[in-house]
Design a protein around this ligand. Structure first.
Ligand SMILES: NC(=O)C1=CN([C@@H]2O[C@H](COP(=O)(O)OP(=O)(O)OC[C@H]3O[C@@H](n4cnc5c(N)ncnc54)[C@H](O)[C@@H]3O)[C@@H](O)[C@H]2O)C=CC1
Ligand SMILES: NCCCC(=O)O
Length: 515
């Protein structure tokens, strides 16, 4: 089903990742990537370091230096200088270089996959799927690059106007930790295709694959400085956000941080794209194929240890099929193997950190106190392999007996916790589904497609799945409504978010004017 290639072209950073060791070149080298090379942060003292912890084992792999003000300035200056060259190239030239970068990632796919597993703790088959899918994103936008164009408007008397769709300049990107390579690819590919350059800050929890992507771009011939990576926490992100030469911010993360980024962008009248949190509904009608619906509910809740923004964590099930649905769901969830993320048959890897695992377990505790019943899971699992004893493995949790005003049903948990909520009528379930400040995604399982489309039209969310869940083809826009965000990633829509329109009026006659 999924390919693995591991052919390294000469000159590419040989990243021979070994499991469970600290001796990993891709990790041990400097992780800031400025103007075409890995560099140590220059003006950093000990207080500006953070620890890189491997979720699968809980081991500290290394300390990483945060980029300080001087480093952020250097990265933005490199991107500013590269902008003149990059934006002057034809879309065809940019597209060819991006296609080559995608090819280099494919040739080194195994290394990218291993690095992503080490960083995130997610099962290796999921990491492989992410790397492959998001490399397609780079290929897609490489194809889009030569097609970006303006319009022509004929005006009376032979005059005319035309529009140019121009890049914005240096764009800032900030990512979350659940899909580190995806965030770097989803942001850099459209930005670069449109002629922008970028400074990207991955989450401090998952710093590695963004740097590997930066190396692939340079190896492909993308000019130095076009894509830079800086490491750090909130302070570094704020420095990037506030830098006067940053024209636009593209952010993926939590609502509170998104609000800060937007407020900072307002100070400089900068454009902003926000991909934020969610508490999405998945609606299973009485006529649904229950086998598919149960698979959909698992895709909507338990991938990447439940740490997926678009998850459909409020699973509304029609009362007529609730017992049958729960039987199928339970049987499938019990079969999910928990443990070593490097084993191909593992379905549940490690939660990102001890602190996050405790937060997830805390939500389950609150749910129990508020009257929910645990049908399955919801506890810490310690794998037999002693190497994994320090990792935080949680059993995927199915909660029943839930109601809409429980904390776990209202707030984003960002972990493997599914709340099952019975419903009786279509009108009732639409009202309850929309009763949230979020609007990222939603799902409908039914064989009645006219009902499906009617419900889709009423759901307040940016992505709705009919008879499936959590798939992200690159040609389809992805973005949130309400407090889940602003703007879209992927698809031709994102070209609008990485370009600005210039209108040009051309007069064919004498100036018609009383002066
Ligand atoms: N809609 C989407 O596409 C996605 C949304 N998310 C959301 O992200 C959240 C989890 O990710 P986290 O990394 O914990 O979110 P977070 O908001 O804590 O951090 C996200 C990124 O922002 C940086 N950051 C933190 N404070 C900052 C500040 N004041 N200024 C600039 N940068 C700052 C962090 O270092 C990190 O790189 C969840 O709420 C989840 O729903 C996660 C993935 C995808
Ligand atoms: N960024 C959208 C895909 C899902 C996620 O990242 O959580």
């Amino acid at each position: 089903m999924l390919r693995t290639l591991c052919v390294r072209p000469a000159g590419v950073q040989a990243v021979l990742l070994r499991r469970w060791t600290h001796n990993i070149p891709a990790i041990d080298q400097p992780l800031n990537f400025i103007n075409g090379e890995r560099v140590e942060a220059a003006n950093t003292d000990k207080t500006q370091e953070f620890e890189l912890v491997e979720p699968a084992t809980g081991k500290v792999l290394r300390k990483v230096q945060s980029a300080g003000k001087g480093d952020v300035n250097r990265a933005v200056a490199a991107a500013r200088e590269a902008f003149d060259v990059w934006s002057d190239m034809s879309g065809m030239e940019r597209g060819k270089l991006m296609t080559k970068a995608a090819q280099i990632v494919k040739e080194n796919e195994d290394d990218f996959v291993k690095a992503e597993v080490i960083d995130t703790g997610k099962p290796i088959w999921e990491a492989r799927y992410d790397i492959q899918g998001c490399t397609e994103t780079i290929e897609y936008f490489a194809g889009v690059a030569p097609t970006i164009m303006g319009t022509h408007l004929p005006l009376p008397g032979g005059s005319f106007a035309y529009t140019r769709r121009e890049p914005l300049g240096v764009c800032g990107g900030i990512g979350a930790w659940n899909y580190p390579y995806q965030m770097a690819a989803w942001k850099s590919a459209p930005a670069l295709a449109c002629g922008n350059t970028m400074v990207f800050k991955p989450s401090q929890l998952t710093p590695i694959t963004a740097v590997m992507l930066a190396e692939a771009y340079v190896q492909a011939g993308v000019p130095k400085g076009v894509f830079n990576v800086i490491q750090g926490e909130a302070e570094t992100g704020t420095l990037l956000n506030l830098h006067p030469d940053i024209a636009k911010m593209s952010f993926t993360g939590s609502v509170p941080t998104g609000a800060k980024i937007m407020a900072n962008c307002a100070k400089g009248i900068k454009q902003v794209t926000l991909e934020l949190g969610g508490k999405s509904p998945l609606i299973i009608f009485g006529d649904a194929d229950l086998e598919n619906a149960a698979k959909g509910a698992i895709l909507a809740n338990f991938m990447t240890q439940g740490q997926v923004c678009s998850n459909g964590t409020r699973v509304f099930v029609h009362t007529s099929v609730l017992p049958q649905f729960l039987d199928i769901l339970l049987e499938k969830t019990k079969r999910m193997k928990i443990g070593d993320p490097f084993q191909e048959d593992t379905m549940v890897g490690a939660t990102i950190s001890k602190a996050h695992a405790e937060k997830v377990l805390g939500y389950i505790e609150i749910a129990k106190n508020e009257g929910a019943e645990i049908l399955y899971g919801g506890e810490r699992v310690i794998p037999d392999d002693p190497k994994l004893a320090g990792g935080y493995y949680l059993g995927p949790c199915i909660l029943v007996g839930c109601h809409d005003d429980m904390t776990v049903v209202k707030e984003e948990v960002f972990g493997s916790v599914m709340s099952v909520l019975p419903f009786d009528t279509e009108e009732e379930v639409i009202r309850r589904a929309n009763n949230t400040c979020f609007g990222l995604a939603g799902g409908v399982f039914t064989k009645d497609l006219s009902r499906a489309h009617k419900v889709v039209s009423k759901l307040q969310a940016g992505s709705i799945y009919v008879n499936n869940y959590n798939v992200y083809p690159v040609g389809v826009p992805f973005g949130g409504h309400k407090m889940s965000g602003i703007g879209s990633e992927n698809s031709l829509e994102s070209v609008n978010h990485y370009t600005q329109v210039k209108s040009v009026y051309v007069e064919a006659n004498d100036v018609d004017c009383p002066y």
